[in-house]
Design a protein around this ligand. Structure first.
Ligand SMILES: *[C@@H]1O[C@H](CO)[C@@H](O)[C@H](O)[C@H]1NC(C)=O
Length: 193
């Protein structure tokens, strides 16, 4: 099993009109054994910027703490993504084994989403980004369900149908739906096994 897959995860972000949503599964495991059923993988950097991590949970937490230390004021999502990328690339010979997802609202409420690999190579997208052990099925679900300017329900359905096809992620989900004026949060119930 790859080091990225030990703890299992599913993570995705989608874009709508002047809004975005970011969602995660809730399982933490050590290989096939489930350790926790509500593991936090999405962090709020500020009201309009969220960071998610898939991969090795311990590295994800370390990386998050280092990023908090470096974030002094509210940053634009593009700037923040560059900072995460630089931090990961700096450690390229002994990388953090995680793949971040960054989602935020930038100037004029324009949504920004991006993912990167463990050494900070950014992948920008206009529609959705996915990472984690469930990423193969997430790609399929998102390709099928994504339409421009749609509502928050889509991301929930994409997440729930994908984690059922991956035995290393699951136990429901957690969605943040962000519009310029507010952040809505929802816990999803799925198959609890
Ligand atoms: C994640 O997986 C590693 C490797 O199996 C394990 O040692 C660790 O306890 C798991 N959990 C966390 C929080 O890293």
């Amino acid at each position: 099993m790859s080091i990225f897959e030990y703890n299992g995860s599913a993570l995705l972000a989608m874009v709508g009109k002047n809004c975005f949503a970011i969602a995660r599964d809730r399982r933490l495991g050590v290989q096939l054994q489930t350790i926790a059923t509500n593991f936090q993988r999405i962090y709020k950097m500020h009201d309009r910027l969220f960071l998610g991590h898939s991969g090795l949970a311990t590295d994800a937490q370390t990386l998050y703490r280092r990023l908090v230390f470096r974030t002094k004021r509210d940053m634009k999502p593009e700037t923040f993504a560059s900072m995460v990328s630089a931090l990961l690339y700096e450690k390229r010979f002994g990388p953090y084994f995680c793949q971040p997802v960054i989602a935020g609202l930038g100037d004029e409420d324009k949504p920004f989403i991006c993912t990167m690999d463990s050494i900070g190579a950014k992948e920008l997208a206009k529609d959705f980004v996915v990472t984690g052990t469930a990423s193969e099925s997430l790609y399929g679900a998102c390709e099928a369900m994504f339409k421009p300017d749609m509502e928050a329900e889509t991301i929930a359905q994409a997440l729930l149908s994908s984690v059922d096809r991956d035995c290393l992620s699951g136990w429901g989900g957690h969605v943040y739906f962000v519009i310029p004026t507010e952040v809505k949060e929802r816990i999803l119930k799925g198959r609890m096994d």
